[in-house]
Design a binder for this molecule. Structure first.
Ligand SMILES: NC(=O)c1ccc[n+]([C@@H]2O[C@H](COP(=O)([O-])OP(=O)(O)OC[C@H]3O[C@@H](n4cnc5c(N)ncnc54)[C@H](O)[C@@H]3O)[C@@H](O)[C@H]2O)c1
Length: 322
């Protein structure tokens, strides 16, 4: 008899989590999506609710969870600065207490567990691009520390559970990812540019626009998470997942203006003094697992713009769908 794999996705109603749930269902797994809806949304998973292999549970991972599963993807945590800084104590709790609870569960039921860590563990990096062996340059007391240090501590816990309890762990360090279901108002550059262009407002560029960023399309990232989870038990990571291709803010704005048909142009403002230096993943380890990002920025932006156009945003500020 074929027994379906039971997979728990924490933060499953969020941007990445909802795509992961969808992918796991497609692969034939039973999926338990756990979320407290802090930044997640029902609309992200509504289309999955008719699937008999999908189950949605409202739960905060800061509290223990008793379920029977074979694999755990721990994605629960607000991810953009405006979200994780809104309640910084809760952000640290979700990262640290949440990790302890999910690791405890994995230990009890002997599940394999993957942690969604972040490139933020590298802080303001002094090496470029970042390899996983770089220890990072993080301020422990700044306004971003609740997230950066929370995620660093979660990594520590994962590796201590492996050393102390022989748990099968996987740690993915995720770099900037974009795509449908990202938050339209999360203050990040891709969503800002798209929303401004769709509202026919000039796109705001800070500085001269020559500074670069790299962006990974969500489908590629999800493929990376699934690949890492399926890797040999000897592979714990951390493994960088992202797209190393760099684009200047001017190029990104040009592409978004062309794809949205906006003629509102751009508006330059002075560069804030704390504008983070670029982070770019070294992907040697991920490539060693046979993974590689494939989606071009152009294709990814097109799909993301389609999604934003379909969102329920007042008519007067949204142009008709092309
Ligand atoms: N999107 C990116 O570019 C990116 C980059 C690096 C790391 N990550 C990591 O990937 C994960 C998912 O990020 P995302 O972009 O999908 O963010 P998101 O905010 O869309 O998703 C996070 C989800 O976790 C839920 N959540 C938050 N606290 C919770 C708690 N205590 N208990 C249960 N659920 C809780 C939220 O409601 C939300 O649905 C996060 O752990 C984030 O740190 C994302």
């Amino acid at each position: 008899m074929h027994i379906e794999k039971r997979v728990l996705v924490t933060g499953g109603a969020g941007f990445l989590g909802s795509h992961l749930c969808e992918r796991l269902l497609k692969d034939g797994a039973q999926v338990l999506c756990v979320d407290n809806f802090y930044t997640g949304a029902h609309r992200n998973v509504d289309h999955l609710r008719d699937n008999p292999r999908f189950e949605l549970m409202r739960h905060d991972i800061c509290f223990p969870l008793y379920v029977e599963v074979d694999e755990i993807y721990n994605l629960a945590c607000p991810a953009s600065p405006i979200h994780y800084q809104r309640d910084p104590v809760q952000t640290t709790k979700t990262s640290v207490v949440g990790a302890i609870n999910m690791l405890g569960l994995a230990k009890r039921v002997k599940a394999k567990i993957l942690q969604a860590s972040t490139s933020e563990v590298y802080g303001d990096p002094e090496v470029h691009p970042q390899t996983e062996s770089y220890w990072g340059n993080v301020n422990p007391i700044g306004v971003r520390s609740c997230y950066d240090e929370g995620k660093r501590c979660a990594e520590t816990l994962f590796f201590d559970y492996r050393r102390q309890h022989n748990l099968r762990i996987k740690v993915a360090r995720i770099f900037n990812t974009f795509g449908p279901r990202m938050h339209p108002n999360d203050g990040r550059v891709v969503s800002n540019f798209i929303m401004q262009a769709l509202r026919r407002q000039p796109i705001t560029i800070y500085g001269d626009g020559s500074q670069t960023r790299s962006f990974c399309y969500v489908d590629d990232l999800i493929e990376g998470l699934v690949t890492l989870m399926a890797s040999d038990d000897s592979v714990s990571g951390p493994v960088n997942l992202g797209n190393p291709a760099e684009f200047s803010m001017n190029d990104l704005a040009k592409e978004v203006l062309a794809l949205t048909g906006s003629s509102a142009g751009t508006r330059k403002l002075p560069l804030p003094s704390d504008d983070p230096r670029q982070r770019q993943p070294d992907l040697a380890k991920a490539r060693g697992l046979g993974w590689e990002p494939k989606t071009s920025l152009h294709d990814g932006l097109k799909r993301t713009i389609d999604y934003f156009q379909g969102l329920d945003i007042p008519e007067d500020v949204m142009p008709p769908k092309a």
